[in-house]
Design a binder for this molecule. Structure first.
Ligand code: SF4
Ligand code: SF4
Length: 477
């Protein structure tokens, strides 16, 4: 054995209840280290380089040469060790030659009947000034999706706004067109939307139900918290009307679980109270949390201590989730679901999300944006539904997104889960879609360690949980 060195950023050890777990960072895979591999790993952590003499003198008394050799072989095969004399080969940038879309997001109206104080939409208008997408643009968008999704069995259409329910005639037209059109190509189309719920009627709910829409409601918790930011154009809190509509929705909706999406801002951070109200008070299947990403930074954004407190609360709720999962119950905490899914499925992301690759958003003029959040922003567009995708321009963006070497993501231990973070959040905060929001990074790394602990505990107590509660979320009921 020549001199070998540990590729430190490819391995991360987390000890859970006496189990020494090693995360293989490039593939987010977890291994339990046995006594020999634990000692070998620790030996390489202590020394910049290790040769057979060091190995023999430090570990020869505890493990036989065959066990040590086997361990070194498997670490080499996993790219955890390399020849100390050979420089590390950086991960190649995958060239992008085509855009295999699975999802198109239609920005059906820039208008919204609410004026939530933290809304990030740069093109948002009051209802009277909202600009609606024409059916011809939506039809051309769907045709683009059909062309770009040649090899897929399922495609997704997402309706976005402003408030999408303020352009229901278009949504109905698109559904009537897209279902049969996709069926002619042997494909199934799934529809989804996120709404503020204020315009929902019983007839709409039944129609969404009949078409198996995946529905998410934007809601920030009990009245005192929800009304801080989610207000009408006139400045009035909307909790009462939203809660009434949500009760009606949840009492009639059968085809899929309905989730709530919460935006955390300064003063709206009580994760546990918000979850309990939305899950147990109103009856949502799941509750997911995200921080506000725009608006006047000093007013809405969580400062360092507030953000740290939010993560502590997320962990407190995560512990409840874990205890319930060990008993076979699911408390519907979306962030924890996502984290455990990433760990259980071994996420290997080269880019943070499908924006620009599996998914594009269309504005009222038919121009193509990376995702719904960029519609109306001053960021570049990438072609048009009439002329097609500007593939070279989009490819350059996606290839650039894979190379975060200038930013410290290259050696980050959660890079295969995070891959640099949301482009829009980075753009909204720092004006650059590739610049990591560093004040999240330590908290996110800690959150992933928390997820590893939860994963190991659930695997020990109730491995069936992953089969019965995580994987089925992907399929339609
Ligand atoms: S953005 Fe931060 S947490 Fe994400 S991969 Fe880069 S350094 Fe890691
Ligand atoms: S860029 Fe951000 S907001 Fe857009 S799809 Fe990706 S993660 Fe979501």
């Amino acid at each position: 054995m020549g001199d070998l060195t540990l590729i430190r950023h490819n391995a991360h050890r987390v000890d859970v209840d006496g189990h020494a777990m090693l995360m293989h960072v490039p593939t987010t895979s977890l291994f339990e280290l046995d006594a020999a591999s634990r000692d070998v790993y620790d030996l390489f952590r202590r020394h910049a380089q290790v040769d057979s003499d060091i190995m023999r003198s430090e570990l020869g008394g505890r493990h036989g040469p065959e066990a040590l050799a086997e361990c070194v072989e498997s670490f080499l095969a996993l790219d955890l060790l390399r020849d100390a004399a050979t420089p590390e080969i950086p991960r190649p940038i995958a060239r992008v030659e085509e855009i295999p879309l699975s999802t198109i997001i239609l920005n059906v109206n820039t208008g919204c009947n609410l004026a939530c104080t933290y809304c990030y939409k740069e093109d948002l208008a009051v209802p009277a000034k909202g600009e609606k997408m024409a059916f011809e643009t939506a039809r051309a968008s769907f045709e683009l999706l059909m062309r770009q999704a040649r090899d897929r069995d399922r495609v997704n259409v997402v309706f976005f706004g402003g408030e999408p329910l303020s352009n229901m005639p278009l949504i109905r037209e698109v559904v009537a067109y897209a279902g049969p059109r996709a069926a002619r190509e042997g494909k199934v189309v799934d529809f989804s939307l996120t709404t503020n719920a204020t315009l929902l009627t019983e007839e709409m709910v039944d129609w969404f139900d009949a078409h198996h829409f995946a529905l998410t409601v934007s809601m920030d918790g009990p009245k005192a918290l929800h009304d801080v930011n989610r207000r009408t154009v006139g400045g009035k809190g909307t909790y009462d009307v939203v809660a009434t509509k949500v009760r009606m929705l949840l009492s009639r909706y059968r085809s899929r679980p309905v989730g709530a999406r919460v935006t955390l801002t300064r003063g709206v951070t009580d994760v546990i109270a918000i979850h309990d109200h939305l899950k147990y008070g109103l009856g949502f299947a799941e509750v997911g949390f995200g921080p506000a990403t725009s608006g006047p930074v000093s007013v809405f954004n969580l400062d360092g201590p507030a953000l740290a407190q939010v993560f502590e609360d997320m962990k407190a709720l995560g512990r409840r989730y874990t205890e319930a999962a060990c008993r076979g119950e699911n408390i519907g905490f979306s962030n924890m679901h996502q984290l455990l899914t990433d760990i259980a499925q071994g996420t290997k992301k080269a880019v943070p999300c499908g924006a620009g690759l599996g998914m594009l958003a269309v504005d009222k003029a038919g121009d193509l944006h990376l995702c719904h959040r960029f519609v109306g922003s001053d960021q570049p567009t990438y072609g048009n539904v009439a002329e097609g995708i500007d593939v070279p321009k989009l490819a350059a963006f996606i290839e650039g997104a894979q190379d975060r070497s200038a930013y410290g993501c290259r050696t980050c231990r959660i890079r295969s889960i995070c891959a640099g973070g949301c482009y829009h959040e980075a753009y909204a905060r720092q004006g650059d879609p590739f610049a990591p929001v560093y004040h999240y990074c330590d908290l996110m790394r800690d959150w992933v360690d928390f997820g590893i602990e939860a994963y190991v505990r659930i695997m020990q107590a109730n491995p069936d949980f992953f089969r019965s509660h995580l994987e089925p979320r992907k399929s339609r009921t």
